[in-house]
Design a protein around this ligand. Structure first.
Ligand SMILES: [Ca+2]
Ligand SMILES: [Ca+2]
Ligand SMILES: [Ca+2]
Length: 232
């Protein structure tokens, strides 16, 4: 008995995910590109007066627009205010924090301009992925669209697992009756990104523990808790 549908059978989990370029439609790679890398951002001496040398002026304009208090860094709340779902609902703070955790490479708690370039590209890439899989252009991802997306990423989740993911990330499904003025049924952009990142991270945690790739792992309580608690 093998774990989770196609796992272990060639096109199993992780197979098509983030792998080779051009191999179907994949999500953006999870690892942030290494920008600059040298030292702290360089904006520590007061608010920036203009873009750093060589910066993309358009990108700088976006950065400046998001950095509403002109501190030279973008906070979680500034980022949340700047991000809007296709249906004009605000971004989930959980997703904002997840994005910050991926791109705040110097662990300053905020996004500097160098970090912003990667974040901006990541969001734009995800927007393209989202549009691609939102087949009916409803502005949200329903169960079937989710199945297609995860399947193409190489995750062959069982119907029960797919249902669980849907329930967890679809606001309406999780919280009972739909209130008037609530966002349309389905998973909004922010939650779709989070769902995919969580599934990717958990799968990778499993893969790391599954040395012989047979779809089974044996872990103790400590390892289990570590795996769960260190996932986004
Ligand atoms: Ca700021
Ligand atoms: Ca930072
Ligand atoms: Ca849709």
């Amino acid at each position: 008995m093998s774990y989770g549908g196609g796992y272990g059978g060639g096109g199993g989990y992780g197979g098509g995910y983030g792998g080779g370029a051009g191999a179907g439609y994949g999500p953006p790679p999870g690892a942030p590109p290494s920008y600059g890398g040298g030292g702290p951002g360089g904006f520590s001496a007061g608010p920036p007066q203009g873009p750093p040398p060589g910066a993309d002026p358009q990108l700088w304009n976006w950065f400046a627009a998001v950095d509403t208090d002109r501190s030279g860094n973008i906070s979680a709340l500034e980022l949340q205010k700047a991000l809007i779902n296709g249906d004009w609902t605000p971004f989930d703070l959980d997703t904002v924090k997840l994005l910050m955790s991926i791109f705040d490479t110097d662990r300053s708690g905020t996004i500097g301009f160098a970090e912003f370039a990667g974040l901006w590209k990541y969001i734009k890439d995800w927007q393209n992925v989202f549009r691609h899989f939102d087949r009916d252009h409803s502005g949200s991802i329903d169960g079937r669209e989710l199945q297609q997306a995860l399947g193409q990423f190489g995750y062959n989740l069982s119907p029960q697992l797919l249902h669980l993911v849907e329930k967890k990330y679809d606001v309406d499904k999780g919280s009972g009756p739909v209130a008037p003025g609530a966002p349309p049924a389905g998973i909004t952009f922010d939650r779709f990104v989070r769902a995919c990142v969580v599934i990717k991270t958990l799968t990778e945690s499993f893969q790391r523990l599954d040395d012989n790739r047979d779809g089974w792992i044996q872990i103790n309580y400590d390892q289990f808790m570590q795996t769960v608690l260190s996932s986004p």
